[in-house]
Design a protein around this ligand. Structure first.
Ligand code: NAD
Ligand code: UDP
Ligand code: UDP
Length: 454
């Protein structure tokens, strides 16, 4: 190599000498080789050189070809700010993530500083792609239903989940779909991905689960959300936070409107979740204001449906599993506390409308139909077993007395409202629980009939 370089350089020196010799100069001063010329003559010479041998025509044609190629190769994308080298466009998400990880420092800064690109440009020879979407917590109850909908509409989906409360079975039916990827990852750790949208759901949601390791719960809400916001900022993705009605605590306003600031105990056993989600909302708004990030905030009210964890301790899953197992329904306290129950498909519809819409929020997403726990027990008895017994148990600390969403804002600005009442949604969940508890894949007559009502 050294001799090649040497050869090359000595070759240049040698030719230089040749040229000098040919010109008859002494090789020390270029000025001595030429007769001095006036500026007019020099310009005329230059012009003759450019016009000679069709050099100008070649130069213009070259410039035209270069502009055309650059125009066609400009990247596409709905939000358009993700890092898109031509190589990465063609890669699967994990390969792109690997490449991104290697290029982190350089690419990260470049992507953040890049201006928004014009949508609609498609790389030469490629069809327009769907969105690349990350769903954190996508193996969980709500997340897995969201993943179903996103894949069905043609998006590429990457699920990021540590399987604390989620189950691979919830998304197993997508295995083999080239638009689907699953990454076992804890959002408390940083991650590098190239995407257009982030639905951030990762967080245990049932009181039993989030109280199990409260420090981990608040870390997930704070550090996990920070990491996902950092990711969104780096690639210019739109970010949606699934917050909760728990931000209202034990509310002193009823029903709860988004403008209500809540009544939350900051040092209680539920605080890791309630205050964690409140901080997650704060972070989300700070990135929105401070880093110009596109964000959306949903405040989700109690949601139920197929794929809930059977033994997660939430009231709907408890009552349904208990009634199916012929165990007494455990009503905590006097059973007069209220909740409003929303079927999962209504929620997913609301989340997608929120993500695609123009409004940051926060938006209450819930079903305003309000039930006491005793009334809920009655609906479960009517749906599964009229003879199911009720057993009273002491209530847990800081249990909110009532909860009902005011959804006027979502109705008006998102054009969204739930359409499945509890008596129609519950049978659909019962069918799923029956299958999972008893391995009975056939719906029984009463469940099928009730499910057909909606
Ligand atoms: P879920 O427990 O079924 O799903 C949560 C998912 O997040 C699980 O798959 C879990 O494994 C994953 N996860 C938890 N911690 C993680 C971590 N550190 N890193 C990566 N993954 C992690 O709960 P869900 O009911 O589907 O709730 C989803 C989201 O909606 C949560 O953010 C929850 O706070 C919110 N939410 C739900 C309800 C509801 O009634 N279901 C109500 C209000 C808010
Ligand atoms: N982060 C991440 N993936 C990314 C970019 C950032 O996980 O693609 C994490 C990063 O590790 C950091 C957090 O997100 O802890 C916040 O990132 P940001 O760039 O906003 O803050 P900074 O790194 O400057 O503190
Ligand atoms: N609850 C109940 N029996 C149960 C589980 C819960 O009566 O077996 C009550 C609980 O005390 C609370 C309500 O049901 O008042 C809703 O509890 P859940 O854990 O489902 O949700 P969250 O408290 O987060 O709204």
């Amino acid at each position: 190599m050294a001799s090649m370089l040497l050869g090359a350089s000595s070759d240049m020196i040698y030719r230089g000498h040749d040229a000098q010799a040919a010109l008859g100069g002494d090789g020390y001063s270029a000025k001595k080789q030429h007769r001095p010329v006036g500026p007019c003559r020099a310009r005329a010479r230059a012009l003759r050189y450019v016009l000679g041998e069709q050099r100008l025509v070649f130069a213009l044609v070259g410039m035209a070809i270069a502009s055309f190629v650059l125009l066609l190769a400009a990247p596409s994308g709905r939000h358009g700010a993700a890092v898109k080298t031509s190589g990465q466009e063609l890669m699967s998400g994990s390969a792109a993530a690997g490449l991104a990880a290697r290029q982190y420092t350089g690419v990260a800064r470049m992507a953040y500083e890049e201006p928004r690109r014009v949508p609609g440009r498609v790389p030469l020879g490629l069809k327009r792609k769907g969105l690349r979407v990350v769903v954190t917590g996508g193996a969980g109850f709500v997340g897995s239903h969201l993943v179903d909908r996103l894949l069905a509409r043609g998006d590429s989906v990457i699920v990021v989940d540590n399987f604390f409360t989620g189950r691979k079975e919830n998304v197993l039916h997508h295995a083999g779909n080239p638009n689907f990827e699953m990454i076992r990852h804890d959002v408390v750790e940083p991650i590098l991905l190239e995407v257009d949208q982030i639905y951030h759901l990762a967080c245990p949601a049932s009181p039993v689960h989030y109280k199990y390791n409260p420090v981990k719960t608040i870390k997930t809400n704070v550090v996990g959300t920070l990491n996902m916001l950092g990711l969104a900022k780096r690639v210019g993705a739109r970010f949606l936070l699934t917050s909760t009605s728990e931000v209202y605590g034990d509310p002193l306003q009823h029903p709860q409107v988004e403008t209500y600031w809540g009544n939350v105990n900051p040092i209680g056993v539920r605080s890791c979740y309630d205050e964690g989600k409140r901080t997650a909302e704060t972070l989300t708004m700070d990135y929105h204001r401070g880093a110009n990030l596109e964000v959306r905030i949903a405040r989700i009210f109690n949601t139920y449906g197929p794929r809930m964890c059977i033994d997660d301790g939430r009231v709907v899953s408890n009552f349904v599993a208990q009634a199916l197992r012929k165990e007494p329904l455990t009503v905590y306290g006097d059973g007069k506390q209220t909740r409003s129950f929303q079927y999962v498909s209504d929620l997913v519809e609301g989340l997608m409308k929120l993500m695609e819409g123009e409004h940051v929020g926060p938006f209450n997403l819930g079903n305003p139909g309000e039930f006491t726990m005793l009334e809920l027990a009655k609906v479960v008895q009517d749906t599964i077993d009229p003879n199911a017994r009720i057993e009273f148990r002491p209530n847990t600390a800081d249990d909110p007395h009532k909860r009902k969403p005011d959804i006027s804002r979502a109705k008006e600005l998102l054009g969204w409202e739930p359409v499945i009442p509890l008596r129609n949604g519950l049978p659909l969940m019962v069918h799923d629980f029956r299958s999972r508890i008893f391995g009975d894949r056939e719906p029984d007559a009463s469940t099928a009939a009730a499910a057909g009502d909606d």
